[in-house]
Structure formats: structure tokens, C-alpha cells
Design a protein around this ligand. Structure first.
Ligand SMILES: NC(=O)C1=CN([C@@H]2O[C@H](COP(=O)(O)OP(=O)(O)OC[C@H]3O[C@@H](n4cnc5c(N)ncnc54)[C@H](OP(=O)(O)O)[C@@H]3O)[C@@H](O)[C@H]2O)C=CC1
Ligand SMILES: CC(C)(CO)C(=O)C(=O)O
Length: 310
């Protein structure tokens, strides 16, 4: 469908980014050359425009003005692609007001840490719409609302999950726009691998108030192994084929590559914000229950982080 749109009209595909936060603003800059990009925010009741700036990895600063639409605006019905860049616990509420207005050819892409929200979106899609999932290890932060700094160039992976697949043309434009990105034939194993990384690093760094690199210390190894063993058992029961050696290697690689970072969960805990624990260790626990598998370590990490927030 998108192929036809472009061939017939010669126009750029219209892409709405839900969530004008760190990742949403970074991707707006990356995608703006190939797509007609707008941001969708729940903070506005009328369309507006904002001048935003980006400090790139090479420290260059660029500026661009982006349209921001309220979540229920009529122009949503013209979007070809909707890229959702909110926290896992915000996904459902963020998509809800759009679902009624999206055109029948619209393709949704969810990009967040943790897993789970897609399961309740799949049944709500119109038959001709499509859903892809994505995970990014790019880094981005803001020191003010409309200035984003690109802090890391990690891998971004996309993959189809349900409904009509994204057209080859749109995929191509997406991969051309986002550095170090790929479209994988099976996205769920890639998401479970990222889940393993976050399930190990995020709660331990938040509870022990340490840097990501400290998780390689010997004192953490029994817990790291227990988190991973439980995750591998649950993934297997879910029919997900994970290369366990490679997943463990990747967890320790990320610990090393991000050694001096404070994880997003530690930052959330320290700022009194809600964390994504329910969609990380909590997701493992929830899936384990479905298969009557015990996962005491993921359960207690989830309970401890939740108690900190409460
Ligand atoms: N930042 C990073 O470097 C990385 C982040 N990630 C993951 O990416 C995801 C997004 O993270 P990040 O960009 O940092 O988070 P942010 O909190 O910076 O961005 C989320 C944005 O979504 C907005 N939002 C919340 N609810 C709604 C809604 N109902 N409708 C529209 N917009 C809404 C928020 O607005 P408001 O705050 O005004 O409510 C905020 O601007 C998370 O899952 C994170 O774990 C993954 C890798 C790296
Ligand atoms: C990869 C990692 C652990 C980097 O800090 C992350 O995704 C996070 O902090 O949420």
C-alpha cells in the first residue's frame, strides 16, 4: 500500500511519532529526511510547531521545526506509519486515542524496553493494518524539553509481528534513516535478548545504586545466573528459541559497553518516576505463571523495585 502511495503521488510517507521524549525526538531528526514526520503528544489540545535541536554524536548541533499533533487530531487519519516511542507502561494509553482515527492501511511500530503491550494491541487492529516491534540500543537524553543529545549509536532492530507487513519501500527508507539498524525475520528472539539485558542490569543497578559496569563483579554473579536461567526456561516454554550462550555473552558485552552508565531504572527510581519493571522482570514472572514455572528471583526483584516506587 505504501509503495503505491509513493509511486502514485511521489510524496514522502507520513509518519507520526507518538511520544516527544528522548527517543521520539532523536528519531524525528533521523527520519525527517525520508518521511513527512510529525510528533503526537498528549500535552497539547491543538496542533502546534516546536523548534527542536539535536546534538549529534560528533557534537554538531542541528535545528528543525516539527509539527506536534494532539492525540485525537483529524490529521491522524492521514498517517501511513505510527512509531510509538513511549515507556512500556504508557503504550496502551498513548495508542488508545489514535486507534479510532488511523486509516485502514496504517502500520504501527512499537519501540520500547520490556515486553508485553503488543499482546493487547494485536486484537484491536483492523484486518488491513499491521504491527511491527522494535528495540533500540541508541542512547538519547534531554537537558531541556526540546534539545536532545544523541549519546550512543547502538543497534536498532525491527521485525513484523501481526497483520499486513510494512512495505519493502517503507522498510528501506526506515533503515536508510536510522544508523546501525536492521529488519529481522523474527523479532521476538531479538526482544527476548534485549529483555535479558534489561532484566539483569536494570533492577540490580537500581537496588544497589551502582553503575552498569559493577554488575560484572563476582558478588552479583549468582543473581545474574539465576535471572537468566529463569528467563531461558520461560522463553523455552513460550516457544522462543534463544541461543543461551550468545544471550549471556551479549548481556556481559552490554555491561562492559555501558560500564559507566546509570541504567534508566536507577534514574527512574532516583527521580521518583514509575519504572518499567512490570514489563521487564514482571513480564518474565507473568509468562512463567502461565506455564506454572517458578521464578523466585525475577519475582523478588520485581517486588523490591515496585516497593521502592510505592
Ligand atoms: N533514552 C534512551 O537512551 C533509551 C530509551 N529506551 C526505551 O525507549 C522508550 C522511551 O524512552 P525515552 O524516550 O527515554 O522516554 P521519555 O520519558 O523521554 O519519553 C516518553 C515520552 O512519551 C510521552 N508520553 C507519555 N504518555 C503519552 C501519551 N499518552 N501520549 C503521547 N505521548 C505520551 C512523554 O510525555 P510526558 O513526559 O510529557 O508525559 C514523553 O515525552 C522506553 O521504553 C525506554 O526504556 C531504549 C533505549 C535507550
Ligand atoms: C542497556 C541499558 C541497561 C543501558 O543503561 C538500558 O537499556 C537501560 O538503562 O534501560
Amino acid at each position: 500500500m505504501l509503495d503505491k502511495v509513493e509511486q502514485v503521488t511521489g510524496r514522502k510517507p507520513k509518519l507520526g511519532i507518538v511520544g516527544a521524549g528522548n527517543i521520539g525526538q532523536l528519531l524525528a531528526f533521523q527520519l525527517a529526511e525520508k518521511f513527512d514526520v510529525c510528533l503526537i503528544s498528549h500535552r497539547y489540545s491543538a496542533p502546534t510547531e516546536k523548534q527542536m535541536s539535536l546534538t549529534s554524536l560528533s557534537q554538531d548541533i542541528s535545528e528543525q521545526t516539527f509539527k506536534i499533533l494532539p492525540s485525537n487530531h483529524a490529521a491522524i487519519s492521514e498517517l501511513d506509519i505510527v512509531l510509538v516511542c513511549v515507556k512500556a507502561y504508557q503504550v496502551i494509553e498513548a495508542i488508545e486515542p489514535l486507534l479510532l482515527h488511523l486509516p485502514s492501511h496504517a502500520h504501527l511500530i512499537l519501540m520500547h524496553n520490556g515486553m508485553g503491550p503488543y499482546l493487547s494491541i494485536v486484537p484491536r487492529l483492523k484486518v488491513t493494518q499491521g504491527l511491527s516491534l522494535a528495540t533500540t540500543s541508541q542512547g538519547a537524553y534531554r537537558d531541556n524539553q526540546w534539545h536532545v543529545t544523541h549519546s550512543g549509536n547502538g543497534l536498532t532492530q525491527f521485525g513484523h509481528i501481526d497483520g499486513t507487513p510494512l512495505s519493502p519501500q517503507a522498510k528501506h527508507l526506515m533503515l536508510q534513516s536510522i544508523p546501525n539498524s536492521e529488519w529481522v525475520s523474527e523479532i521476538l528472539p531479538a526482544l527476548w535478548q534485549k529483555l535479558a539485558i534489561n532484566a539483569v542490569i536494570n533492577p540490580l543497578t537500581a537496588l544497589h545504586q551502582c553503575l552498569n559496569g559493577d554488575i560484572a563483579l563476582p558478588k552479583f554473579q549468582p543473581t545474574v545466573q539465576a535471572i537468566l536461567t529463569e528467563l531461558f526456561d520461560v522463553a523455552k516454554a513460550e516457544g522462543i528459541t534463544l541461543d543461551q550462550t550468545e544471550t549471556e555473552r551479549r548481556v556481559f558485552e552490554v555491561i562492559k559497553l555501558t560500564a559507566s552508565n546509570r541504567s534508566s531504572m536507577q534514574q527512574d527510581v532516583n527521580s521518583g518516576r514509575q519504572t518499567e519493571i512490570e514489563y521487564i522482570n514482571g513480564f518474565i514472572e507473568k509468562q512463567a505463571k502461565k506455564h506454572s514455572i517458578d521464578c523466585p528471583v525475577n519475582h523478588s526483584l520485581c517486588a523490591e523495585i515496585t516497593a521502592l516506587h510505592q
